[in-house]
Design a protein. Structure first.
Length: 254
């Protein structure tokens, strides 16, 4: 309720700013009586024309969206090297692709699970996208356990094992207990005991810390978060919208 009132007040101020003539006056120069009269006139006008507030809210939200987009672009540029080539995150798709898509994900995140097949479909259809996966477990101990297991598998068994286990974990219906993880790895033909033993290794911890630090630097607090070229998308985005954003960036590059 408070945030709504603040938004409405801000919109009213914006509406007044739009409505006032070019030679807008300084309200602080008014007397107490003049201010009261001015406020009464403004109130009467807004009550007679409430659509002005809605129009002002739309303008305010558009301006805020533009400003947030510009801030996010600046964050992407400032952290670009760590985003696209940190030396440890799994990289798939076309390594020479003209667009890099970075995904901050959590295995227990419902929208990450929803996004996965759409990202895979986009990669298959496009063929010129480089994909970087950032392990960003933020939804509790189960998330951390799953990410540690995936990263440990990469260190023990290699990049192909990481992708196979990553795909299995994102679809895992239950909790990632040691028994469940052992069966998962054994079923894929990997050394489950070695992977489980590696989970607490300092190198695994370091990767998670670096990704968390990067996310903090970029004000990322939710999953999925995508970096599409030079733009950041905070949250789930359907495949057709991702494709449209990528096509637009390619067109801008000429």
């Amino acid at each position: 309720m408070i945030s709504h009132l603040k938004k409405t007040a801000g919109a009213a101020a914006l509406a007044l700013g739009v409505a006032l003539p070019a030679q807008a006056f300084d309200i602080n120069s008014m007397s107490t009586e003049e201010r009261a009269e001015f406020g009464a006139q403004v109130r009467a006008y807004l009550l007679e024309n409430p659509q002005v507030i809605l129009e002002a809210i739309d303008i305010l939200e558009q301006r805020n969206a533009v400003a947030e987009g510009e801030r996010d672009k600046a964050l992407v540029q400032h952290n670009l090297a760590e985003l696209v080539d940190d030396g440890y995150s799994w990289v798939g798709g076309n390594p020479e692709g003209d667009i890099t898509v970075v995904e901050f994900m959590d295995y227990r995140c419902g929208f990450c699970r929803r996004a996965k097949p759409e990202v895979e479909q986009l990669m298959a259809q496009d063929g010129n996208i480089r994909l970087v996966i950032k392990e960003f477990p933020i939804l509790g101990e189960s998330s951390v356990t799953a990410s540690r297991f995936a990263i440990a598998a990469k260190h023990v068994e290699g990049l192909e094992a990481y992708k196979a286990i990553h795909d299995a974990l994102i679809d895992l219906p239950g909790e990632p207990s040691d028994v469940v993880l052992s069966r998962l790895a054994d079923g894929l033909g990997y050394d489950s005991a070695a992977i489980l033993a590696k989970m607490s290794d300092k190198k695994v911890t370091q990767e998670l810390r670096r990704t968390r630090a990067l996310a903090q630097n970029m004000a990322i607090s939710g999953t999925p978060t995508f970096i599409l070229g030079d733009e950041m998308v905070r949250g789930y985005l359907p495949m057709d919208q991702m494709k449209a954003m990528i096509d637009e960036q390619r067109a801008e590059r000429g």
